[in-house]
Design a protein around this ligand. Structure first.
Ligand code: FES
Ligand SMILES: [Fe+2]
Length: 439
């Protein structure tokens, strides 16, 4: 057993490979990061009706998000207080007026409070009482939602949700403001992928502008060829070719895209796809938005420069196309990702189709884009588990970023400031572990 040496593990321009591979460090991450920070549970529209529930993993804890009779959304530990059995075995469903345990039928109100214990007489004279909190399901200490997106924290103290999100809350503003009524709805088809690699690879990759032209070259170049042929033959090509062809942009183009790196490890990759074509569907949609918000506000909402927003350590939101991916780490070398997309309320169907295209063409586990990334991360895990070296290099453009009021701006889009900023946050979370846990 050695003491956790954060100064050694995380240096300004490199990190030790064990932060991706060591299972005792993974346990500390779960305890000191995922089970303390605000973690995304789901969208309110996933539990529309009273009794609707959706199960969710926060760190190592099985939780359930549920809609109560007064419309409140609760997040509870998915555990029966009798002998500890999981209460909801399905991913989602409707539990009616109460949760009823499948083992001995203890039942619970939708806020988790015990409702009935069968054959209560058998407890006469014992210290078990229905008014004892130990007889009820345990709620997450804190639950808050922002514009319909529900988060829970398993810590009773710490910053509130809006403070935690900071400027990265624009992820949800940008998504919702693109609807004329300011709301989105989760599309109930969610893809799930288990990547055979550490969760950090996913987070680093989202704002890594150095990789697309290499990793996704074959797809990008092929899509560009077809896109150009269609344009020359027919005058235009469907927008979805553009989604793929931009992956093969030149390195100069990638360097011209900025990353903005916030406190807490959050960050933004600014827009590079130019998503405002002038076809009739887009013209109609933009007119609807400007009618709802006025010319200036509508223009402001349509022209925000965002490609991805990262909420560290588990969320990637692509607000202009209504995409969201959420990580649920399993072990140091396995990570589950949930892949969602959303429908903007009050917009023409053609605009929803664009979100669906992107969901299927780029983020789905069946696409060539996601598969390319997954392969890299698997190979990265294999390489880092080897004895072929100790360090992971984060040197690119080190010392050349601009810092202003705690925010780091890249001067080159391909700067590894993204990873450096995430490790500043990682180290800050893990300082708690350093003080009371040997590794
Ligand atoms: S374990 Fe749930 S009622 Fe017995
Ligand atoms: Fe990629």
């Amino acid at each position: 057993m050695t003491t956790l040496d954060l100064e050694h593990l995380v240096q300004p321009d490199r990190v030790h490979k064990s932060v991706y591979t060591d299972s005792s460090l993974f346990d500390l991450e779960m305890e000191h990061i995922f089970e303390k920070a605000w973690v995304y549970c789901g969208h309110e529209s996933q539990v529309k009706n009273v009794g609707d529930y959706f199960t969710v993993q926060i760190g190592r804890q099985p939780m359930v998000m549920v809609r109560d009779k007064d419309q409140t959304v609760h997040v509870l530990y998915n555990r029966c207080p009798h002998r500890g059995v999981e209460l909801c075995g399905n991913q989602s469903g409707n539990t009616g007026q109460a949760f009823v345990c499948s083992y001995h039928a203890w039942s619970f109100h939708l806020n988790g409070k015990v409702r009935a214990i069968p054959l209560m007489k058998g407890y006469d004279g014992t210290r078990l009482h229905t008014n004892d909190p130990d007889s009820s399901m345990v709620p997450a200490p804190r639950v808050q939602s922002y514009r319909g997106f529900v988060f829970a924290s398993l810590s009773s103290s710490g910053p509130d949700l809006v403070e935690f999100l900071g400027d990265a809350k624009v992820a949800f503003d940008d998504m919702c403001d693109r609807s004329p009524v300011g709301e989105v709805e989760a599309v109930p088809v969610m893809h799930r992928v288990v990547q055979k690699s550490n969760w950090k690879f996913f987070m680093e990759n989202q704002l890594d502008a150095l990789h697309p032209s290499v990793t996704h070259q074959s797809t990008g170049v092929a899509a560009r060829r077809v896109e150009q042929r269609l344009k020359s033959e027919k005058g235009s090509a469907p927008l979805f070719f553009h989604y793929l062809s931009t992956f093969a942009s030149s390195f100069d183009q990638w360097d011209a895209v900025q990353t903005v790196n916030f406190p807490h490890g959050h960050g933004i990759l600014k827009a590079y796809m130019g998503l405002r074509p002038t076809d009739p569907d887009t013209v109609e949609y933009e007119a609807i938005l400007k009618k709802a918000y006025g010319e200036d506000k509508g223009e402001e909402y349509l022209s925000r420069s965002i490609h991805h927003v990262l909420i560290y350590p588990y969320l990637s939101v692509q607000s202009p196309l209504q995409q969201l991916r959420c990580l649920r780490p399993i072990s140091a070398s396995e990570t589950l990702s949930e892949i969602w997309h959303f429908r903007l309320k009050g917009v023409p169907e053609a605009i929803y189709q664009r979100s669906l295209w992107y969901f299927n063409l780029v983020n789905s586990p069946a696409t060539m884009i996601n598969a390319d990334d997954l392969e890299n991360w698997t190979k990265a895990q294999i390489g880092l588990q080897s004895n072929g070296g100790e360090w992971v290099s984060l040197h690119r453009n080190h010392g050349q970023d601009t810092e202003k009021e705690g925010v780091l701006y890249s001067n080159n889009g391909t700067s590894e400031v993204v990873m450096r900023n995430q490790f500043i946050a990682w180290k800050a979370y893990m300082l708690n572990a350093q003080s009371n846990n040997p590794v």
